[in-house]
Write a protein that binds this ligand. Structure first.
Ligand code: ADP
Ligand code: ADP
Length: 238
């Protein structure tokens, strides 16, 4: 369970807070879409959850534990259990699909084996399993730079899955993709969500995607929660 309690985030030099007294609780099984215009605070909220952005006021609790009070080691452990996917994928273009998804294990391994690129048989087997899950088993040895946008995002999803995440976080993961590809990525995320019993929280611009896939929709505007309900209650004009 993830709880944001009265979370406020000020960036240095900013006139206004990026998040203002946000109170939200997320539980396993929820597939949450966060809607809101650019600058609403969606990315900031994701970064407070994966401990990349400290809160200025309030707190973030992970299974009851205050994230800001965890040791650096524990915080890193938590981060390694949050799978992240991004609008611009953040993949390494010249490496192959398999090499990219193996980087998902880096948070869990020692630095030397990461530098040497040594992976054991069970890690490679896991990579193959995950590639099957996202439908890229034919692409294992292809360089990521040759893939389409939708395929790249499947690699992003696969890399996150390598971490065996408890939480899946998406920062506008389909904002650069065509509508039909976007739907297929959401369908993949939904299938994974249902198989793995996760908390899935995705920032998205498209109300229609949120309506079709989310179990809960949150609206952010100017750093405040302005909507928090089931997708059926979203009206067409939202
Ligand atoms: P969204 O993801 O909804 O577009 P963000 O969380 O990126 O919103 O941004 C919320 C607000 O905080 C915006 O006004 C943005 O300009 C500002 N902001 C985001 N990151 C930083 C930063 N590192 N430093 C200063 N201001 C920032
Ligand atoms: P992306 O397109 O990959 O989501 P963004 O353009 O939203 O990237 O933001 C890139 C980086 O710039 C982020 O780390 C964010 O925190 C920072 N950022 C966003 N808005 C501001 C701002 N107003 N001032 C300073 N940094 C910002």
């Amino acid at each position: 369970m993830i709880e944001l309690k009265d979370v406020t985030v000020f960036y240095p030099q900013a006139k206004e807070a990026a998040l203002k007294n946000v109170n939200l609780t997320f539980e396993r099984g929820e597939f949450i879409c966060v809607l809101g215009p650019s600058g609403a605070g969606k990315s900031t909220m994701i970064r407070t959850i994966n401990a990349l952005q400290p809160v200025s006021e309030g707190k973030v609790l992970i299974n009851g534990e205050d994230l800001s009070k965890l040791s650096e080691n524990k915080r890193r452990q938590w981060r390694s259990r949050t799978g992240m996917i991004f609008q611009h994928f953040h993949l390494i273009p010249r490496l192959t699909v398999e090499q990219n998804i193996l980087t998902g294990l880096f948070g869990k391994r020692n630095a030397i084996s990461n530098i040497l690129g040594l992976f054991n048989a069970s890690e490679i087997q896991k990579a193959n399993e995950v590639l099957r899950q996202v439908g890229l088993e034919q692409m294992t040895d292809r360089r990521v730079e040759w893939l389409s946008g939708g395929q790249k995002q499947r690699v992003g999803v696969a890399r996150a899955l390598m971490q065996e995440p408890e939480v899946f976080l998406g920062d506008e993961p389909v904002a650069s993709l065509d509508p039909s590809i976007s739907r297929s990525i959401f369908q993949l995320l939904k299938n994974i969500h249902e198989n793995e019993d996760l908390i899935t929280l995705i920032n998205v611009h498209d109300v229609f995607l949120a309506k079709s896939f989310a179990t809960r929709v949150i609206g952010l505007s100017d750093g405040k929660v302005v909507f928090d309900n089931s997708p059926e209650t979203l009206s067409a004009e939202n």
